[in-house]
Ligand binder design. Structure first.
Ligand code: FEO
Ligand code: CA
Ligand code: CA
Ligand code: CA
Length: 600
């Protein structure tokens, strides 16, 4: 007999779809709040009071908009959680502020900007599992640390020390303060935490605007590079108070962002390193695996419409000696993907002097190739994709690529690997590296699912037909594999969730056998939140999820809430539901009631 949904390898009763002020988990599971924006991560601190915020205080508390979650186990039931804080939503963070006009930022004082900067970056802290099976934060742990937009970092790899990396504050081109817009990330095989710098362009400012109020770069020598990266984005007011974020004053500071940052969570005094060998673009994440050769391979997408899929292969091999392995991301080859319509692909190396990457075309050295990775990949003829988000390699040579959506692809721009014009719901690509070897430079690809509502013909969705009305989703973003290699997808529909009416959530997506392409809803977010994490730990008995920006995205489409969410009038007060407390991005811990592996 043909397989049905009842035969799914993911054993849980599917959660019905919906959208309301709270989060929901499948029956038989707990979904507990571990830590919220503003919670202390050091001892002897007062409870968070949103009416009494300061930059100094925020730098000792859990930051805003938790995205990537990683876990480094110290021993069973104890470990270090590493959490990215991607960005800030000032209109729901700060009392009385309201939504800011992105040109004027009339309410953003220097102190509010400095609080925002302290709420960015990452949090590293110890957690422990109690006898009741619940995890909690160890406030007095020696490992606890905040990383912010001001934390001193070093720069290594091909672009380190290059003239384009030098600024007035750093004539060496080797030292930079802070990391920003850290979206997804990764934990390396040697137990370090990788933070991907995504939409860094949005933090750079200019006072030089043209007649339409858009940044005017025409007089700048950097115009081509900045234009390709969208610098300056002027999303935040930081450049008003901090010259390094104003390109009129310090044009090179933007070259020092858009990298992969490595942090040693075992040493809170260690200096994070920006590895320029992994290229500069809007890095979504940095998930790794070890090739048969022993080389480490890191997959990383450039989340922009019509941008590319990349992987880095280290020159050296994993030794098992942590100090030595922490050198592996300093040297290697960065590749960009070209997908052919016949289902094959090639990884093309971004190496100075090879092919078109020469001085004649503006690349004087490998430093230029890494600083202008996008321009180099353009010249190589990489395949423009529907916004590459998280990418997850599996031990068997499979690679799962989340392509979240791309409403701007025209019918003329459609190709086999990006098969829909005006793709509002995205798709998921499976790559199979040749010979199951993640260091291979060729392989085959096919599309796992085309997302969206399968009942609306124009959408062009493709799912396993056993998928229920609760199981289909739009806009895949982050993903994770559990201990038995099963794929789980979290979604981010952004302000477009009104198109599905469903809140964002976590879905179990079958990749094997007759039920390949079958999806089941496991967890869903409160209104206006997207789901990040996910991360399986503790032999897949614990699942960490991150609910990002609850109460914000698209809430003016929420039935009964036809206005922008603000501090005073949020779409939800999740997870506290206390008067005067705004919604708080939070990490959620999922465990099975009575214990045991999740979905088994
Ligand atoms: Fe920060 Fe591409 O999501
Ligand atoms: Ca993301
Ligand atoms: Ca996204
Ligand atoms: Ca988001």
């Amino acid at each position: 007999a043909a397989a049905t949904a009842a035969d799914s390898r993911y054993v849980f009763e599917e959660l019905p779809w919906g959208n309301d002020v709270n989060h929901h988990i499948a029956d038989g599971y707990n979904a507990d709040i571990l830590i919220r924006w503003g919670d202390p991560i050091f001892p002897d601190m007062a409870e968070f009071d949103p009416q009494r915020q300061s930059a100094e205080d925020q730098a000792r508390r859990f930051g805003y908009n938790n995205d990537y979650v990683g876990f480094v186990e110290l021993e069973p039931g104890r470990g270090i959680l590493c959490v990215n804080h991607e960005y800030t939503n000032e209109e729901v963070m700060f009392p009385g502020l309201g939504r800011q006009d992105r040109d004027g930022f009339q309410g953003m004082t220097e102190e509010l900007v400095n609080i925002e900067m302290a709420a960015h970056g990452g949090s590293v802290f110890e957690i422990v599992k109690g006898d009741d099976g619940k995890w909690s934060v160890v406030l007095d742990s020696e490992y606890n640390r905040r990383i912010t937009a001001d934390t001193p970092m070093t720069i290594d790899g091909p672009a380190a020390g290059h003239a384009r990396m030098m600024t007035g504050a750093d004539p060496t081109g080797l030292a930079v303060n802070g990391t920003i817009n850290n979206c997804a990330g990764g934990i390396t095989p040697w137990g370090t935490y990788l933070m991907a710098e995504e939409n860094f362009h949005g933090y750079f400012w200019t006072d030089t605007v043209d007649g339409d109020g858009d940044p005017d770069l025409s007089a700048q020598a950097e115009a081509e590079s900045m234009g390709r990266y969208g610098v300056p984005g002027r999303w935040y007011a930081w450049g008003r108070y901090h010259d390094r974020f104003n390109i009129d004053v310090e044009p090179n500071e933007s070259n020092r962002f858009g990298w992969i940052v490595e942090v040693d969570p075992m040493d809170p005094t260690s200096t994070p390193v920006k590895h320029t060998a992994l290229g500069r673009f809007r890095h979504e994440g940095a998930e790794s695996t070890i090739a048969p050769s022993g080389q480490v391979v890191i997959y990383t997408g450039d989340d922009n419409r019509f941008d590319y899929v990349y992987k880095f292969v280290s020159a050296g091999t994993v030794s098992g000696d942590k100090a030595q392995d922490m050198q592996l991301l300093s040297e290697g080859t960065l590749y960009v993907a070209r997908y052919n319509d016949d289902g094959s692909y090639e990884w093309m190396p971004l190496v100075h002097g090879e092919g078109p990457l020469t001085a004649e075309n503006g690349f004087d050295s490998q430093a230029d190739v890494m600083i202008d990775t996008r321009l180099a990949a353009d010249l190589l003829g990489a395949t423009p994709m529907d916004r590459p988000e998280d990418i997850e390699p599996r031990g068997d040579g499979a690679v799962f690529v989340m392509l979240t959506n791309n409403s701007r692809r025209t019918p003329e721009q459609v190709d086999a690997v990006n098969p829909r014009p005006e793709s509002n719901f995205g798709h998921i690509l499976q790559m199979n590296e040749a010979g199951g070897d993640h260091a291979a430079t060729t392989g085959t690809w096919d599309i796992l699912v085309q997302c969206g509502d399968p009942n609306i013909a124009e959408v062009g969705a493709v799912w396993n037909p056993e998928t229920s009305e609760s199981g289909w989703f739009g806009s895949p973003d982050n993903c994770a594999l559990d201990d038995i290699g099963r794929l789980w997808i979290s979604t981010d529909q952004g302000s477009g969730w009104g198109r599905t009416g469903k809140s964002d959530g976590l879905y179990a997506l079958e990749t094997e056998g007759e039920l390949r392409g079958h999806s089941k809803l496991f967890f869903r977010c409160p209104v206006g939140g997207e789901l990040c994490g996910p991360y399986f730990a503790d032999n897949s008995e614990t699942l960490f999820l991150a609910v990002q920006h609850p109460g914000t995205d698209g809430t003016n489409d929420f039935v009964g809430f036809e206005r922008d969410s603000t501090f005073e009038d949020p779409a939800t007060r999740w997870p506290d539901f206390a008067e005067g407390m705004p919604p708080r991005p939070s990490v959620v811990v999922v465990t099975k009631q009575g214990g045991g592996q999740i979905g088994v």
